[in-house]
Design a protein around this ligand. Structure first.
Ligand code: ADP
Ligand code: MG
Length: 343
């Protein structure tokens, strides 16, 4: 972090907004009017518009002790884009609201915005507005993401049927393990002054937590291969919770195979080190921002072309419930907390 400290009060509100947005460039033809007026104007010619919003509160959703502000800016945008992709839509614009106390310097906000702009660049979205205000304590962020989708091509959480395949992108549990590691090292650091955190060889899981990516590539793969998932959701709260959302809203059950749940080797190794069950981390951990979706069996041959997609189970009748078949061949009912091994 830079050592300079410029008080935000020295710029005033409008000076600050100008400073933060002076290099903001429009990338999408759909952005008709951007920052600088009472509202932005967007025209998704012939498309439907998708809107999603999220808040991130310091101390609840992030800890600035181990979250670099640039990463926080990046993640604040990415988690919202992930929701738009989960609708099978393409994000095109965001608005960003921030509230901060006088603890924050201009340099700190600049770092945060560096991350915001990096995400906008990578995902080709325009920052078209926001609001800037103060808080008594802590940093508060709210992002609204706007996207477009061809008429009626959006994908909801309802509509899957018995026999369809349950699929997930990437790998799961890494972000939760990253959080566990950083929380543990924070505790050691606070209790034993001067002891530097031991984060060696854990770049993967730390990256999964601090710098998640949204699965733009999966949506593009669907479009290129003419695949229309029957339901979809992004994995923000853990696999169990997301499968239950799809099954509850579709009024179905599901069978999930433990063996098929994708967990990265580096995540698995760290889980074993902590004597945690990697499957439990995938089921109950959160913030992986992968896509969970269902497809018709007729799309099976297309889906297996993508190495980033795992088929992890299938949809059943509602009466059969939502179950996991363990590596040992046992069947357990899935609850939002994972699965109850005592049942
Ligand atoms: P108003 O008084 O109409 O709410 P503001 O002075 O809050 O207008 O904002 C002026 C312009 O700057 C608007 O286009 C608004 O969307 C944009 N803006 C304000 N804060 C931010 C921010 N933190 N990031 C991006 N754009 C912002
Ligand atoms: Mg305003």
């Amino acid at each position: 972090m830079s050592t300079e400290r410029t008080e935000i009060s020295s710029l005033g509100e409008f000076g600050l907004i100008d400073h933060l947005t002076k290099n903001n460039e429009v990338k999408n033809a759909s952005t008709i009017l951007s920052i600088g007026d009472d509202a932005a104007v967007i025209d998704h010619i012939g498309k439907q518009t998708v809107v999603s919003t999220d808040m991130l509160i310091e101390g609840i959703h992030f800890d600035l002790m181990y979250t670099p502000l640039k990463h926080l800016g990046y993640k604040s945008v990415v988690v919202n884009l992930s929701d738009v992709y989960a609708m099978n839509a393409t994000p095109t614009q965001i608005t960003l609201n921030i509230a901060f106390s006088n603890r924050f310097s201009l340099e700190a906000l600049d770092e945060f915005y560096e991350g915001v702009y990096a995400a906008c660049e990578k995902y080709n979205v325009d920052l078209v507005g926001g609001d800037t205000t103060t808080s008594q304590k802590g940093f508060i962020i709210s992002v609204t993401a706007i996207g477009e989708v061809a008429p009626d091509k959006y994908v909801t959480r309802f509509g899957t049927q018995k026999g369809e395949l349950l699929c997930v992108s990437g790998d799961l549990g890494g972000a939760f393990l990253g959080l566990t590691l950083l929380e543990r090292e924070k505790k050691v650091f606070l209790e034993t002054k001067g002891v530097q955190p031991d984060l060696e060889n854990q770049d993967y899981i730390i990256g999964r937590l601090l710098k998640p990516e949204a699965r733009k590539d999966i949506i593009e793969f669907f479009a290129e291969n003419d695949i229309m998932p029957t339901t979809m959701i992004d994995v923000s709260d853990g696999l169990s919770s997301e499968i239950l959302h799809i099954c509850n809203q579709s009024e179905t059950g599901a069978v999930l195979y433990e063996q098929k749940i994708p967990v990265n080797d580096l995540s698995r190794q760290f889980a074993y080190k902590l004597e945690l069950d990697p499957t439990a981390c995938a089921l109950s951990g959160g913030e992986d921002y992968e896509l969970l979706f269902t497809i018709k069996q007729s799309d099976h041959d297309k889906i297996v072309l993508n190495e980033q997609i795992s088929i992890i189970g299938y949809i059943t009748e509602k009466e059969e419930g939502v179950n996991i078949i363990t590596k040992g061949g046992n069947k357990h009912e899935i609850t939002a907390q994972g699965w109850n091994a005592f049942k």
